[in-house]
Design a protein around this ligand. Sequence first.
Ligand code: ZN
Length: 173
Amino acid sequence: MLLKRNTADDHLQLTDPDRNDPDRNDQGRPLMADDLGLGYAEALPPQTYEDFRARLTPEQYRIARGEGTERPYTPGNFHDEHRRGSYHCAACEAQLWSSANKFDSGTGWPSFYQPVEEEAVATKIDFKLVLPRTEVHCATCKSHMGHVFRDGPAPTGLRYCINGAVLQFRPAQ
Ligand SMILES: [Zn+2]
């Protein structure tokens, strides 16, 4: 088997248009409790999940609570946003990223080499594909943000590949 790098191709596989259903995961399976964040070490109170439904669009919910992935180069996903400012979790508004740590990865997803603070995000291993990947979520509300890969630029060598749909951008004043 050929070992290939985690590239846009992996994500393309995950964004088959037929599977673009907010109530199904990227493999087309209906979402279950575990997909909705209950499997995380720190589960949230039940009403929080209803809040997410109310606060997020179906696409945001699919990504944030179902660990979905948006299509690369989705208009408005901030991959080509070059203004200075801060990026916040769309679900809880915690600041997770800064334009100061953003770089152009050429993948079609907004990419950062580090979070604004180390504690802002948390990770877990994702075994959905053949090769395990490291999943990244908001440390505050556990919403899924994307994945982190070890092919990023200095100084960290990390590439946080993030779904722009679950980000709020606030331009610097
Ligand atoms: Zn959050």
